[in-house]
Design a protein around this ligand. Structure first.
Ligand code: ATP
Ligand code: MG
Length: 251
């Protein structure tokens, strides 16, 4: 079944057409990779799909519903969650508080409803904390929970970002360069986490330049170049595709 359908997506910045008639689908249960040269429009495609940027034209359909105009929080509530190429941890918060940020009863709201706090909201916060600790355990960040995010390594930040996205319990996770700047050991760990999550039912769309890592992980690749879909297919087919070799792999 089609989980995500993108049809004729377009986004320009002034006279630059960053995303031009981009169409693709992601089936439930798939791991799909999105590759292409720098500036091909990969992140802009994610931005439009995830509601971070409005698109100029085209439609985005998620679980059969038209979500073209939906803001990020609405998409997250529906199960579509993304991470960012530049990690967005709040460095002045601890690892734990970064994890609790996306949840409705995060500590930052404590003062706000200190008076009207109900047993139900306390229970939700307790559950969120337990989920955060579970995820941080899974991602080997348990020893860092009281550290400020600023003291994490680049790789640990990528792990935290992944763990944080999972706080929202997504059915589709869009990852923008999850392996960039991550050492080989940590990369292998992230790969294992992604495989386990996928085996557990999570669908993933992953932008990445680390092709060796990506091709082992994905069922299918979508190649963007100059804002357009150049090719889609199995990793094997894409690696042999002349147009893709000329536009991206050749160098
Ligand atoms: N907010 C913006 N304002 C102006 N131009 C932008 C903006 N965001 C992206 N662009 C331009 O749009 C084009 C596509 O950028 P995008 O970030 O989507 O590429 P990308 O495929 O993610 O590249 P990379 O692999 O380097 O991350 C580039 O030419 C970029 O400079
Ligand atoms: Mg990008």
């Amino acid at each position: 079944m089609t989980l995500l359908a993108v049809e004729g997506l377009r986004r320009s910045f002034g006279s630059l057409v960053a995303v031009d008639s981009v169409s693709f689908e992601v089936e439930r249960g798939e791991v799909v990779g999105m590759i292409g040269p720098n500036g091909a429009g990969k992140t802009t495609t994610f931005n439009c799909v995830s509601g971070v940027l409005p698109s100029d034209a085209g439609t985005v359909t998620f679980e059969g519903a038209d979500v073209t105009e939906a803001p990020p929080y609405d998409l997250a509530r529906r199960g579509l969650v993304r991470t960012f190429q530049q990690t967005r941890e709040l460095e002045t918060l601890t690892v734990t508080d970064n994890m609790l940020l996306p949840t409705p009863d995060h500590p930052g709201e404590r003062a706000w409803h200190a008076v009207g706090r109900t047993a139900a909201s306390e229970q939700r916060e307790q559950e969120a904390r337990e989920r955060a600790m579970d995820l941080l355990g899974t991602f080997d960040l348990r020893g860092m929970v009281e550290e400020y995010a600023a003291s994490l390594s680049g790789g640990q930040r990528k792990l935290l970002e992944l763990a944080r996205a999972l706080m929202l319990d997504p059915s589709l996770l869009l990852l923008d360069e999850p392996f960039a700047g991550v050492n080989p050991t940590l990369t292998a760990e992230i790969v294992e986490h992604i495989e386990a999550l996928n085996a557990d039912g999570l669908t993933l769309l992953i932008i990445e330049h680390e092709l060796e890592t990506l091709t082992d992980l994905v069922d299918r690749l979508i190649v963007l170049a100059d804002g357009r879909v150049l090719a889609t297919g199995t990793p094997e087919a894409i690696m042999e595709n002349e147009e893709v070799i000329d536009a991206y792999l050749g160098g």
